[in-house]
Design a protein around this ligand. Structure first.
Ligand code: MG
Length: 388
């Protein structure tokens, strides 16, 4: 196996018609850097789709791709990649990805840099190394990750980016008519109320579709239990991220007491964060995000989820499709992964900038084909590179 010769990293910024999560809500404005603070969850979002991409090349010219969050301040992640990680990784064997991840994690773990931008940078490197190793072996990444069980992964529609409840319900009905049977909406922009939105969706879509709500970490235990009582008559598939991510006791209490399946985990970067929570909080569903975890930690979290009796329903966020391809590849190997998140407002717009057979239609993701991840950036993506 040829060693990694060079790695480069860059960020892209792709325009959007409508901001992520939907039109601006009451009191929300775009600031001078192009960001919006959503009042519903006090979280900052960009008005373009930004992403950080890693290109790794071995001595024989094989190229592997990685990607991570560039959602806010992507140059912070680029600085970590360029100054800290890339010089350490060059010269290594890409098949050692999981060990390399651990070694890179060690470089900064006692400086409080086990997650955040540092964890994201690790994820991008890790995905690129797995892509390289699979390409050198001439097999899909899923084969290296244990072997694909399926060629298609069921997809749920996430986000209904419309301004009013009636428009969001109509949008969900459109997706239902296109063959999708599971839907999730966001409490952060559920201006008419979380329970009212769940009830309206159930009323419009009928008894069969799976309905979930992302609570965006915004409630106290008491509030979350009250929200759970409000949505319970609509028989939700799950409620997601009810309480502040640091408050493990709160997550555990809500999971134990709300009487509904609880999902969490999109913000975790590593199995260390999962291990602090999973044995204590009886989650029904764990939602690893490949853009934060990379392949190595995604696999570790999925294994821990199995031990703890939780299903894996991977998260999908803003990206050009590289880490999403990795997520689908690994999801296809898991016997406890019934569904994968699908964000049409991201995937459908950005997939045109990558060469891939990956697609999502009629309620199913089709896995990318070919060796490695099965996704390569197109030249069109270069037009959207952010200047350094
Ligand atoms: Mg979420």
């Amino acid at each position: 196996m040829p060693a990694i010769r060079t790695i480069e990293a860059y960020a892209v910024s792709l325009p959007r018609d409508v901001p992520y999560l939907g039109p601006l809500g009451p009191g929300e404005t775009v600031n001078r850097k192009g960001y919006i603070v959503r009042r519903g969850n006090r979280t900052i979002y960009p008005t373009t789709d930004m992403s950080v991409i890693v290109r790794a090349e071995t001595a024989d010219g094989t190229v592997g791709w990685g990607e991570t969050y560039g959602i806010v301040a992507p140059r912070a992640t680029l600085a970590i990649l360029r100054d800290v990680l890339i010089p350490v990784v060059e010269g290594h064997d890409p098949r050692d990805a999981a060990t390399i991840y651990d070694d890179l994690y060690d470089l900064m773990r006692v400086r409080g840099a086990s997650g955040g931008y540092y964890g994201d940078a690790l994820a991008a490197i890790d995905i690129a190394l797995w892509d390289l190793a699979a390409k050198e072996a001439g097999v899909p990444l899923a084969t290296l990750a244990g072997g694909a069980r399926v060629a298609e992964v069921p997809a749920y529609v996430s986000g209904l980016p419309k301004a009013t409840l009636s428009e969001r319900v109509a949008l969900a009905a459109e997706w239902r008519d296109r063959g999708f049977r599971a839907f999730k909406y966001a409490a952060a922009v559920s201006h008419e109320g979380v329970a009212a939105e769940m009830a309206a969706l159930r009323e419009a879509l009928g008894p069969d579709p799976d309905l979930a709500v992302d609570l965006h970490w915004k409630y106290s235990v008491g509030e979350a239990l009250s929200v759970a009582r409000g949505v319970a008559p609509s028989r939700p598939w799950f409620i997601e991220a009810p309480c502040a991510p640091e408050d493990i006791d709160a997550l555990a209490r809500v999971a134990a007491e709300c009487g509904l399946p609880v999902a969490a985990g999109e913000e975790w970067h590593s199995v260390h964060e999962a291990r602090m929570r999973l044995p204590r909080a009886r989650l029904a569903i764990v939602q690893p995000e490949m853009g934060h975890t990379g392949v190595s930690q995604f696999l570790a979290i999925a294994a821990l989820a199995r031990e703890c009796g939780a299903r894996v329903v991977p998260h999908a966020t803003i990206g050009v499709g590289i880490f999403l391809a990795a997520s689908l590849q690994v999801a296809s190997t898991l016997d406890h992964c019934p569904m994968h998140e699908y964000q049409p407002s991201v995937f459908d717009r950005n997939v045109e900038h990558v060469d891939t057979t990956m697609a999502c239609a009629a309620g199913l993701y089709r896995l990318p084909q070919g060796a490695g991840l099965g996704v390569e950036p197109r030249a069109s993506l270069d037009r959207y590179r952010l200047p350094d």
